[in-house]
Design a protein around this ligand. Structure first.
Ligand code: PLP
Length: 361
């Protein structure tokens, strides 16, 4: 078997030992005579997996006791709506930073469900730069400040956090959760679709602080109500059992490998190798984003012409490196380097990028 080196943005590569474990467990889970996707979500077996996965999230992120971990469905996209529904209730206000494609989508839903003050809009610079976090001042009466910690399409990532005083930050961490340490206490709510850094598609991680849970709108329909979900430990209805099980395996693997600190270093090494090549050949490769805001998860780059980009993608693919095409809205190339991407995968790509300039530059 030869596995591709998969730089796709999501659903993304998973650790080989996790895939092998799933294969081993799949048909006959631990000798029970049935698979994990065929048993009751109320069974002791599933219940243990579910709670273990939640406990691993808390452990790896060092969450204090007043944060609750939820596994919901509907992707990060449903959270664009569910969060304002719970916390704005049609009348309260929040602050937003519009930093790219994903923040824009979150904003579009939030304005339908409450009042939104825009503290920053990167439209003029084509979403290639983030605001200086020190310059952001939250608005009076705001419930929270929403940020997108890593813009997966644009390739920019927050490397410092705004000082919001008592106002909680709500962050979409879909594409960089567990890839670095961060001061949890600044955040009231963190959410992430699983399919980039955590596991397969189907589950969405939501981490919410107690005081925000208390503020949730009681009149919301049950599934959308964070408080009901929290009181039921995300077992109000059938959870995404397979996704939660696979997330548990990924998190166990991460813990064995050294935890978030280790993955922070890997992210640095992977992205450092690629930015190193981009900076070494400024006549050939170009990073369209502000240097200070470069993402360590999604490295976006351009070649001198679109024809060379096509050739680059084709030759990379012939070498087993796939998923390097930039998002259809921006073009160019993008290497997604999530937690499960081996450092060697990025080093291979860096090597290929050098060879490619030498032949075509
Ligand atoms: C992929 C992505 C989303 C969308 O996630 P879904 O789970 O498909 O809804 C939202 N935000 C960010 C930052 C993403 O990278």
């Amino acid at each position: 078997m030869s596995r591709k080196i998969n730089f796709g943005a999501g659903p993304a590569t998973l650790p080989l030992p996790v895939l092998e474990q799933i294969q081993e467990d799949f048909v006959d889970y631990k000798g029970m005579g049935l698979s994990i996707v065929e048993m009751s979500h109320r069974s002791k077996t599933y219940d243990e997996i579910h709670h273990e996965a939640m406990a691993l999230v808390s452990e790896l992120l060092g969450l204090p006791d007043n944060y609750k971990v939820l596994f919901l469905q509907g992707g990060a996209t449903l959270q664009f709506a569910t969060i304002p529904m719970n916390l704005l209730q049609g009348k309260k206000s929040c602050d937003f930073t519009i930093t790219g494609r994903w923040a824009s989508k979150a904003y579009d839903d939030a304005v339908k469900l409450g009042k939104v003050n825009v503290l920053y809009d990167g439209k003029e610079n084509g979403y290639t730069e983030l605001p200086d976090p020190r310059t952001l001042k939250v608005s009076p009466g705001t419930e929270y400040l929403h940020i997108t910690s890593n813009e997966t399409i644009g390739g920019i990532q927050w490397h410092g956090w705004p000082d919001t005083g008592d106002v909680p930050i709500v962050a979409d961490m879909s594409s960089d959760i567990m890839s670095r340490r961060f001061p949890v206490e600044k955040f009231g709510l963190i959410y992430a679709g699983a399919q980039k850094n955590l596991g397969p598609a189907g589950a969405t991680l939501v981490i919410i602080r107690d005081d925000l849970l208390e503020k949730c709108d009681e009149s919301l329909p049950a599934y959308l109500n964070f408080k009901i979900q929290a009181n039921k430990d995300s077992l109000y209805n059938t959870p995404a059992v397979f996704a939660v099980y696979a997330i548990k395996l990924v998190l166990e693997w991460m813990k064995d490998e050294g935890g978030v600190e280790e993955f922070e270093q890997r992210a640095e090494r992977r992205s450092g190798a690629l930015y190193g090549v981009i900076d070494a050949y400024p006549e050939f490769y170009r990073s369209p984003v502000a240097k200070k805001d470069r993402s360590k998860m999604n490295v976006v780059f351009r070649l001198p012409t679109e024809d060379l980009e096509k050739k680059f993608l084709a030759e990379a693919e012939a070498k087993g490196m796939i998923g390097l095409k930039g998002h259809r809205s921006v073009g160019g190339c993008r290497a997604s380097l999530y937690n499960s991407m081996p450092v060697e995968g990025a080093l291979n790509l860096a090597e290929f990028m050098k060879e490619f300039v030498e032949k075509n530059g």
